[in-house]
Structures are given as C-alpha cells and as structure tokens.
Design a protein around this ligand. Structure first.
Ligand SMILES: Nc1ncnc2c1ncn2[C@@H]1O[C@H](COP(=O)(O)OP(=O)(O)OP(=O)(O)O)[C@@H](O)[C@H]1O
Ligand SMILES: [Mg+2]
Length: 250
C-alpha cells in the first residue's frame, strides 16, 4: 500500500503539488487525470522519488521515502516499482531479448541461464511470441508497447506506474494497451497507478479516479461517482472530453 500524506512539490516558479493526501490500496488501479501541465508526471515521479518533494510522506509498505536520503532504502523501495515511460523508451540498439532482460541484470540476482525462460514467459503474458531476436525498429508501435510492458514486469514488481500509456496511439492500439493494463492487474495482481489526460480511459479501467487540479486532488472516487462529481474542474474536463456526467449522456 502507498500512503501519501501532505505531499508538496514546488519548482522555482510554481507549486505544482500543493498538499496531496491519499492512500493507494493493494490491488487498486488508481488513475490520476488532469489537463496538460497540471503536474501528473510530477506526481508519479515523486512516488518513486525521481523527484524529491519539499514536504510530505510517501509511505510504501511501511517505509517513508518522502524525505529519506538513504540510497539503500530508496533502492530497496524502487525495486518494487515498474515505471512505464510515455514513449516506451526501448533501447534501439538492443534486441527484444536484451531489452526485456535489462532489468533482471541490474535489479535482481537471477542467474543469466534463467533469462530465456523468464523473457519468453513475460512476452507471452503481453501476447508476443518468437520476437526475442528483433530490434525495436522492426516492431510496430503496439508491439513496442508490449515489449516495454514485458520489460517492466520482468522483475515481478509489486507496483506499476504508467505515464500517459495511450497518448499518441491509434484507437486500436489504445484498446490493446487498455486491455494490457487491466490484464496485468488481473493476472499478476499488480497495484497500478495510471496518469493520463484520457478521461475515457481512466473511467473505463480504474477502481478509483483522482482529478488533479491546481496542485490538489479535487475529487477522488470510483468511476460512477466520479462521473457525477459536482466539482467544476471535473465537470469542465468531462465536457471537453466529450463525456457527459450522468446516465443520460452515456
Ligand atoms: N524539472 C522541472 N523543472 C521545472 N519545472 C518543471 C519541471 N518538471 C515539470 N515542471 C513544470 O511543472 C508543471 C507540471 O508538469 P508535469 O510534467 O508534471 O505536468 P503533466 O500534468 O504531466 O503534463 P502533460 O499532460 O503535458 O504530461 C509544468 O508547468 C512544468 O513546466
Ligand atoms: Mg506528463
């Protein structure tokens, strides 16, 4: 479980996260939604301390990483997280096999002789077969997403963070990524945090949706309740996403 208390993150010219308190529970698929530039990526980066917050606690399974500077503690907690970057960020010069086993090499003590079995297994989980020898340039956009995901789950993380997983994808690939995210949770029980500006995606897949607006979560609720939120920022975001609030609009 991730317990966030009074999280504040400022950049020289602005307070991007202005006191967020929320618990992300085991097995949840928690989405953070909000307009571009609102601080969604900043939020997710604080969760694994790629960014150091000015104040607040981020308690991951009992360990507060909000303010610690102990590299050992940080490394230990980070090991329970997978982070799926927006662009997938595969290494172009490495094969699919090398990409997927990358984390194993640096984050685990698993013997090299086990890599082929693990890589094959993870690729199968994301619906790929016999692609180990290919380079990213030989893959479609959808396949790249799958390989990135296989790499993220190769070391059996407890949490997975997705930053804008569907941005820039066509509708078919978007649907596929959506299924992958729900599958990962269903098959592996991974607690998932998705940040996105795709309201439909968030409402479709999440156990709870949080709306980030002016540094705060102005609404945190289950999708049916979220749709009915009276909060002006939520309503406006629903409107520009061409989604109504309430049954009549479905
Ligand atoms: N390292 C940084 N230094 C200074 N300002 C930053 C830094 N990172 C982000 N910001 C600023 O913080 C604000 C929030 O940025 P962030 O990338 O978290 O937003 P976002 O909600 O993820 O946006 P998008 O939907 O476009 O990805 C922006 O105004 C951005 O310019
Ligand atoms: Mg972002």
């Amino acid at each position: 479980m991730i317990e966030i208390k009074g999280l504040v993150k400022t950049f020289p010219d602005k307070r991007v996260i202005d006191g967020i308190t929320v618990d992300i529970r085991e097995g949840e698929l928690f989405s953070v939604i909000g307009p571009s530039g609102m601080g969604k990526s900043t939020f997710i980066k604080c969760l694994i301390r790629l960014l150091k917050p000015e104040s607040g606690q981020i308690v991951v399974d009992g360990t507060d990483i909000g303010s610690t500077t102990n590299e050992f503690t940080l490394a230990k907690v980070r090991r329970s997280f997978a982070y799926l970057f927006q662009e997938g960020a595969l290494f172009d010069s490495l094969t699919v096999f090398e990409n997927v086993s990358f984390g194993l090499k640096y984050l685990t003590d698993i013997p090299k002789s086990d890599y082929p079995k693990i890589v094959k297994e993870k690729l199968a989980l994301v619906g790929l077969k016999d692609v180990e020898h290919l380079k990213p340039a030989e893959l479609s956009v959808g396949m790249k997403k799958r390989v990135s995901l296989a790499r993220s789950i190769a070391f059996a993380p407890k949490y997975i963070l997705y930053d804008e997983p569907t941005t820039g994808l066509d509708p078919v690939t978007t649907g596929m990524v959506k299924d992958l995210i729900t599958d990962m949770r269903a098959k592996l029980g991974i607690t998932s945090v998705v940040v996105t500006h795709d309201m439909k995606l968030a409402l479709d897949i999440s156990t709870r949706v949080a709306m980030l607006y002016n540094g705060k979560f102005v609404e945190v609720s289950e999708p049916p309740k979220f749709r009915q939120s009276p909060d002006p920022a939520v309503r406006e975001f629903m409107r520009i996403s061409h989604l109504g609030t309430g049954d009549a609009a479905q």
